[in-house]
Design a protein around this ligand. Structure first.
Ligand code: XMP
Length: 319
């Protein structure tokens, strides 16, 4: 694709221009955007870039392994793997307001990046895979919406005290363009085609206060849901599919025992840019088979619902 080839060249030149001989830290979230940004920046400035994968304890099942093997194995780009589950979950403890959760997560990411920057003798820039829709949905500016819908962890969630400058090479792109750029840069198709995953991770899929116990339950249920979707060959028809662990317990019956466990909501949407979306029309049979599997295999969940809300008036994520 000649357009992407040209963009690739233009962007690498711009990055070299902006960064000079400075040092850059790039946070990888497990999603496509940050991976594409990292590979592009690495192409531009090589070893001036340090990639950091922060395990927040709010990642999906297998996420860390996939990112680490892509960067170290496929690209041979060095990657620092930071275990920060206790830090993130500690700061989120008891916090139930969605915007506060987002701000805490954004701020904690910066703390970790600054800590890692110190370890390499200082960094001048923080690189992020911010896309155009992240920018317009997070901040109000002339011509954009006048209210903040959600502070994206990497836009409105950034603290003002941060002393690194931002490098955001994807800021003018939409998701489909990022995927095309990823292909152009040789990212494996399975990685390029991954559903978007928000930086705040599972925290915004656990409405209300987050705990390790809830994150573990959600991770298991989410993995089963995605496994079902892949087995049916539906993954590529869907923009994004995930489970949400509701802060609601209901009464159920298992064998001849009463249960009193959490409710899980399943979400799947079609979209072209994430700005608007429709609920995906699974067959009822698929949904009931998936519900049965989740309730049988995940302790702590005894009821499963399906979210049929479009965006607008809903949003894709629940917080
Ligand atoms: P909403 O929920 O606003 O989401 O309809 C639109 C798209 O953006 C993703 N999303 C985020 N991505 N940081 C990100 O990198 C964030 O803070 C964030 N919040 C939402 C969401 O998963 C969907 O694809």
């Amino acid at each position: 694709d000649w357009t992407m080839a040209a963009f690739r060249e233009e962007m690498t030149a711009k990055i070299r221009d902006q960064v000079g001989d400075g040092r850059v830290i790039c946070g990888l979230s497990g999603g496509v955007d940050s991976a594409v940004a990292a590979v592009l920046i690495h192409e531009a400035i090589g070893s001036q870039l340090t990639c950091v994968f922060v395990d927040t304890g709010l990642m999906r099942a297998g996420e860390a392994e996939e990112v680490v093997s892509l960067f170290r194995g496929h690209y041979n780009i060095p990657l620092v793997h930071v275990e920060a589950e206790d830090l993130f979950l500690g700061k989120l403890d008891g916090v139930d307001d969605p915007e506060r959760k987002r701000k805490i997560i954004g701020g904690t990411f910066i703390d970790v990046f600054e800590e890692e920057a110190k370890k390499i003798g200082g960094a001048d820039f923080l690189a992020q895979g911010t896309l155009y829709p992240d920018v317009i949905e997070s901040v109000s500016f002339d011509g954009g919406p006048s209210v903040t819908i959600k502070s994206h962890h990497n836009v409105g969630g950034l603290p003002e005290r941060m002393n690194m400058k931002l490098v955001e090479p994807l800021r003018e792109l939409f998701k489909d363009e990022v995927r095309a750029l990823g292909r152009e840069l040789g990212l494996p198709e399975a990685f390029v085609g991954r559903h978007p995953f928000p930086g705040p991770g599972l925290a915004i899929r656990i409405p209300g206060a987050v705990s390790k116990e809830k994150a573990d339950i959600l991770r298991k249920a989410d993995a089963i849901y995605l496994d079902q979707i892949r087995k049916e060959g539906l993954y590529d028809e869907i923009w994004q599919a995930f489970a949400v662990l509701l802060p609601v317990r209901t009464v159920g019956v298992m064998g001849d025992e009463r249960t009193y466990d959490w409710v899980l909501a399943l979400r799947a949407v079609t979209s072209t840019d994430g700005m608007t979306a429709d609920s995906y029309a699974f067959s009822h049979d698929f949904l009931s088979r998936t519900a049965t599997r989740i309730i049988n295999e995940v302790r702590g969940i005894n009821r499963v619902t399906y979210d049929v809300t479009s965006k607008p008036p809903g949003t894709i994520e629940w917080e």
